[in-house]
Design a protein around this ligand. Structure first.
Ligand SMILES: [Zn+2]
Length: 483
């Protein structure tokens, strides 16, 4: 393994968040290990590619978002299929679209399945792209464009599956709700927060599928399907050093720039203790047999009484994502000090982006950092609007079991492995309301393609897009349709 193994998904980290891969090396829809799609699904896959291209061409870079234009485009498609939808504006030009296929005259939210994805995308540095990021160019078996994998591909896959249920007059055993929301890339105030707080009755569900997982493609084969069941909690903490301001020609020992630098250096080197939860336990156990021998050996030793420390060190040193999954982290991200080259400022500030394991409190970590810094000139201030810890989704629910069964059937026995995102997704807001929400990105992607999320030349292999629709269709049918 050359360098850190980033094959683990990133996730969506939309708030985070290359060997070359050609279509010839990847699988194709005809690959032997892939189940054959029905004629209806094949037709829908073709339509969905056109819809995705259209959606990429609607620029929803956030800010400003402008998600409503995209929502209206989707409303038109649904209307042609005879499916009514509603658009709710959180602020002019922004908001979400929701539509429902009902199983019963009186809805039972506890059974309903929510298919959700976000319409907004992150910005681009156009000069670094080999194609126009908003032209939806097809090239060498790929569709290029901002949002192809995060998250417009998912919007359209959900839409295709939703429409397929309608076309086939499926006998639903639970309501299926389609939600295309916005503002995910900037915290969700005008998207999911608005939807959950102001229009919960429209989206209330017992189960949800969202971004945040990853269908891992390696050597042309789906290695495993990572299903996100929980996520770390983000909070920003200011580190503030104070001292005496004055002429730089007369230095003092209490210079806040020097004190801040020392403190940040200590914090940057700090490693919080290793902790597991049921999701990370299942994850490391699940991927161990799929890794090379050496890595698998250390993954298996992570929770052994005598070799755990050494194993955790080896794992952390070899993979930054795994490191972040094992512990709370406090990452210095910003420094601010000084107004002139010859003026000693009275204050210097840094920002720590803290990511807590779900269930952990901030105070013990801050107390540890204070102890470590051990400097009366330094204080810590927690910024408002930190994330809230949500309970994990169950690894024993009917939906999770369905994903496991369908994954094995669609991808030649590929296992499902639970996953904890190190970044934040909209699923936390749902889990706070007792929704069993799962991150399921159904498109088989290589590490190379996955790493293009939020990066230059974001693209989706067209075969993967088609296959993802087929996989998602099979999951939703198995879960929500009475045969
Ligand atoms: Zn996203």
């Amino acid at each position: 393994m050359a360098g850190p193994n980033l094959r683990v998904f990133v996730l969506t980290l939309c708030t985070l968040c290359c060997a070359s891969y050609t279509g010839a090396q990847g699988f194709t829809a005809q690959s032997p290990q892939i189940a054959t799609p029905s004629a209806d699904v094949v037709k829908l896959q073709g339509e969905a590619i056109v819809w995705l291209q259209d959606l990429i061409r609607i620029n929803t870079t956030n800010p400003p978002g402008n998600e409503i234009v995209a929502a209206k485009y989707i409303a038109d498609i649904l209307k042609r299929e005879g499916i009514p939808s509603e658009i709710f504006e959180s602020t002019p030009g922004r908001g979400f679209l929701v539509a429902r296929l009902s199983a019963t005259a009186v809805p039972d939210p506890s059974r309903a399945l929510l298919l959700m994805a976000h319409l907004d995308v992150v910005g681009v540095d156009k000069s670094k792209w080999s194609v126009d990021p908003f032209a939806a160019v097809m090239k060498d078996g790929y569709l290029y464009g901002r949002g192809t994998i995060d998250d417009k591909g998912m919007v359209i896959a959900n839409l295709a599956v939703f429409i397929s249920l309608k076309r086939s007059s499926a006998r639903l055993n639970r309501d299926v709700i389609f939600l295309a929301e916005g503002d995910e890339e900037a915290g969700g105030e005008f998207g999911m927060k608005f939807a959950v707080e102001k229009h919960w009755d429209k989206i209330a569900a017992g189960f949800a599928l969202n971004e945040g997982g990853h269908t891992v493609l390696k050597d042309g084969k789906v290695q495993y399907v990572g299903v996100q069941a929980t996520e770390k909690v983000a909070v920003n903490v200011d580190v503030i050093a104070t001292g005496t301001s004055g002429h730089a020609s007369i230095p003092r020992k209490d210079n806040p720039v020097a004190h801040l630098a020392t403190a940040i250096g200590k914090i940057g080197a700090y490693e919080a203790p290793v902790q597991f939860n049921s999701v990370t336990h299942g994850y490391f156990e699940g991927i161990a047999p799929l890794e090379d021998e050496e890595t698998g050996k250390w993954l298996q030793a992570l929770e052994s009484p005598d070799r755990a420390d050494h194993a955790a060190r080896w794992i952390s040193n070899n993979n930054p994502i795994w490191n972040a999954m094992l512990r709370d982290t406090a990452t210095p991200t910003m420094l601010q000090a000084g107004i002139r080259q010859n003026v000693v400022p009275s204050e210097a500030r840094g920002v720590l982006n803290v990511r807590l394991l779900p269930g952990n409190q901030l105070d013990p970590l801050i107390n540890k950092l204070k102890q470590l810094v051990n400097d009366p000139q330094i204080r810590f201030e927690t910024q408002p609007n930190g994330g809230e810890a949500a309970p994990s989704s169950s690894l024993e629910s009917d939906l999770y079991s369905t994903i496991k069964a369908v994954s094995a059937q669609e991808f030649a026995g590929a296992p499902v492995v639970p996953y904890m995102s190190t970044g934040a997704t909209d699923s936390a807001r749902l889990r706070m309301r007792s929704v069993q929400a799962y991150g399921l990105d159904p498109f088989p992607l290589t590490e190379d393609d996955l790493m293009r999320m939020h990066a230059d030349d974001e693209r989706i292999p067209i075969d993967s897009f088609r296959k993802g629709i087929q996989f998602l269709d099979a999951v939703v049918n198995a879960f929500a349709v009475t045969k």
